[in-house]
Structure formats: structure tokens, C-alpha cells
Design a protein around this ligand. Sequence first.
Ligand code: NAD
Ligand code: UGA
Length: 475
Amino acid sequence: MKLEVKNICCIGAGYVGGPTMAVIADKCPHIQINVVDLNEQRIALWNSSDLSKLPIYEPGLDEIIERCRGRNLHFSSDIEKNIAKSDMVFISVNTPTKTKGVGAGKASDLKWIDACARQIAKFANGKTIVVEKSTLPVKTAQTVKKILDESEDNTKGNKKFKQFSVLSNPEFLAEGNAVDDLVNPDRVLIGGNDSESINILENIYLSWIDKSKIIKTNLWSSELSKLVANAFLAQRISSINSISALCEATGADINDVALAIGTDKRIGKYFLNPGPGFGGSCFKKDILNLTYICDYYGLKEVSAYWQKVIDINNWQNKRISEMVVEKLFGTITSKKIAILGFSFKSNTNDIRESPAINICKELMIEGCDLHIYDPKVNFEQIVSVIGESKSDLNKDNSHIINEGTWTFAKTVYSAADGADAIIITTEWSEFINIDWKMLSSLLRRPSWVFDTRSIVDTEYIESLGINVWRVGLGN
Ligand code: NAD
Ligand code: UGA
């Protein structure tokens, strides 16, 4: 039997659900795709006629939305109706770290996954393939299947009148590069134990992806591989960041070291950029989840090994703000400091776990006057994580009163005007192309540039009479 998918519903219109479904819609015009979300405001923004108002900034996404929206791509908050008419339902909801209860601070909070499974059990009709797109602890598919099969909406006596197959199909896109990653992925991973459903999902990807890139595994390998991929990527960043500190101490240059080691094919050149620590919604939560699973299975040494990746990341982030205070003569009270970049990486407006957040909080505790500029992050987003200027930061529940202030700057130049220091926290191309000659005339002397992303020409800026600290560059 060849079951062709005609209608897809994706639950969760976030950073994964939105771009992933847009690309599938673009490549498979014969499939109708409905992306649904509880968040009506987010859905309204996806439906906005002004494409600059889409809730997610991703290069190239607006063009795809323009092509497909209303044709075979629809955004809606009518979850019930759209599940009911679909042959395949993707779950792309958030799976953050639990903040309370069993496993708090480590385990993934699966309440949204549980809710999705119950919604699908209730509203689906006939045979439905349920695809886990969210990143999940290994063995979650078992839970999802149990809820689907045993829900009261699917059982009358001992008879089940709806059929469900659960697949794992984790997403590997990186924000800022999502469209390209989806159109030309390194691989597509499908885990499952029902070959017919696996083939149906594979068929969708074969519309634009070569068969050789599709990896099929059992459910548990697929779920676990996603966590492990993120752990390995994060581990590389912690490795290079740990060596950046050693470079600073010894007179080596991290960029030379990265080149020298990265040309070895076994090591590879990617993901060796030093920085202020990795951010983003996933690396930390996925490693915490991995350590939680290891602890659960009694693998304490394995858990401790991966925990260190997070520890180094926290340390790298904290040492930036400490060093800024030290270089500015031990006090930054009332000094103006420009923060260039607030998103967790370039080409995205996402600020979740951005390294800039803690750097700003730490500096404000010292009483400085921050002027924050980012090309895509808005004022409300910054308020949501560091509060209104002059507010209490309540760090670690210790009721520390934040004496610092912050202002939302509209340009690099207004942020830097009269500043004692500039801290580059995100590697936006706009910052690579700064007119340093012009900026140098605006700064108060003695002035400093702190480059946490290793993107500036240190010698040139120093030639303008500005002191420069660049991550991983020793003297
Ligand atoms: P997100 O927070 O941007 O989006 C999730 C959306 O799901 C939210 O809009 C929320 O309102 C909605 N939602 C939650 N429960 C719902 C329900 N029961 N019904 C309808 N809508 C519901 O999250 P995201 O960044 O898109 O991540 C989603 C998943 O994908 C996570 O598991 C994450 O680990 C994984 N992932 C994320 C990325 C990334 O780059 N962000 C990449 C790969 C994998
Ligand atoms: C990451 C993975 O790269 C994706 O494969 C995965 O799908 C995704 O997590 C996820 O599961 O959410 P993302 O977090 O969007 O993607 O972005 P990355 O490019 O991985 O960057 C993560 C963080 O590491 C950023 O703060 C970035 O600045 C930092 N980074 C990255 C470095 O400091 N150095 C590098 O060399 C690379």
C-alpha cells in the first residue's frame, strides 16, 4: 500500500516549526501544511502581510513564506481542526529544562509534549503518523505512543479505533542558517520501527534531498543522536574557549591555533571559533538532559564529563565581564559601555541564553551605563531578560540592587558616543565593517575595545590609539 501524505499539521510555530514547514511546503507543493500554535500573537505575526514582521528572522525565509503562504502553507491557532484533517502530525514544541520538581535544572520539561500527544489522540482520525521533531530524551517515543494508544479517546472497551505510528525525526538546523540547512542538510535522520511510516516520511524528503543523505535507525538511536550531536558541537566550543584562555596567558593566538589544528582532517575546521561562551536555547538544555539521562542509568563519570562542557562555558562567559572591570581600572561605576550585539549569534533575532545577557547583568551590578545595540533585537526583548533600567536584578535571589542603567541604542555610533569601552558580543557582519576611524573620535580616552568574537583587526584599532582585548590573543 502506498500511503501518500496530503495534509500535514505541525504543532508549534517556533524557530523549528516555522522554517521547517516553510521549506517542506516550498519543496512539496502537492502537500497542504498547517502550522498551529497556542500562541495567537505568534500566529498573527506569521500571517502578517508585512514580511518584516514575521516572528522569526532568518535570511531567505521571508521569500519562501511569500511564495507558499496561502497556497499550501497556512498558520492557524485552530489546533483541533488541523489535527483532525492530517495524515501526519509533526510535534515541534518547546522542550526546555524543568525549573521545578523531579529533575529540576536538568531534565527536559515534557509537559508540552504530553499535551500534544493528548491533543493528537483526541482529534486525529483513522491512521496518523506522529513525527517527533522536537529534541527529546531517549525513550520519549514510548511515552508518546502509550498516550496515543491508551487515551480514552482511542479506546472503547479493548478496541482501538485510531491507529498511530510514532517516528523520531530530529531537526539539525542552526539558527541564522536555517533555510540553507533545511534545503541542503548534511543528513536527515528518521528513527522508527514501522517501515511503512518511515518510507512515507522519507518520500517527503526525497522531493529535494538525495537518498544517500537519509539515515534510518531505530527510535532510540535517533532520539539519542540528536542530543549527542549537540553535545559534541558544544564540546568543541568549550574546548576552543578553554584554549583561548591559555593563549591569552602564553602569548599564542587562538586563531593561529584553530587554523593549525583545524587543517587536520580528523579534527576539521568548523566550529572552532572562540567566543563569550555558547548561547541559544538548545546546547545547554540538551547537555543537561544528557547528564540527567546518564545519572538515571548510573553513569556518573559520563554525566560528569559532559557537565564540564557547561562548566567551562559558564566560566568563559563570566571571565569576560570580570576582565572588563579589571582593564577599566577596577571600576566601571557610571562609565558608559557600548554593547554591540544581543542575539546569541549573528543572523538571528533569538536571544535565548545569549551570552550577552549575563555579561550585561554582571556589568550593571558594577553600576555602569550600558548602551546596547543589535541589528535585529528589539527593546522589549532586552527588557524581558535584563529588566527595565534601574530595576532590581535580584541575582541568585540575593536581592542585589542593580545600580547600573541601560539604554537601547539605534546605531553602533550612538552606542559608542562618549563610551569608555565597546564590547563586541555578537559577530554581526555590521560589526566586522565598523568605521573604526570615525568611532575612535567618539570614544572617551583611555578607551577600550573588547572583542569576544575575534572579528576585529587588532593592530589597526590599536594604531588609532584604542586599547584592544581580543579573546584568545596573548601579548
Ligand atoms: P519555540 O519556543 O520557538 O517554539 C515552540 C512553539 O510551540 C511555541 O510557539 C509554543 O507556543 C508552541 N506550543 C507549545 N505547546 C503547544 C501545544 N500544546 N499546542 C500548540 N502549540 C504549542 O521552540 P523552537 O526553538 O522552535 O524549538 C522547538 C523544539 O525543537 C525544541 O525541542 C528544540 O530543542 C528543538 N530544536 C530547536 C532548534 C532551534 O534552532 N531553535 C533546532 C533544532 C531543534
Ligand atoms: C545548534 C546546532 O548547531 C544545530 O545543529 C542544532 O539543530 C541546534 O543547535 C538545536 O538543536 O537547537 P544553534 O544553537 O542555532 O544550532 O547555533 P550554532 O551555530 O550551533 O551556535 C550555538 C552557539 O555557539 C552560538 O552562541 C554561537 O555563537 C556559538 N559558537 C558557534 C561559537 O562560539 N563558536 C563556534 O565556532 C560556533
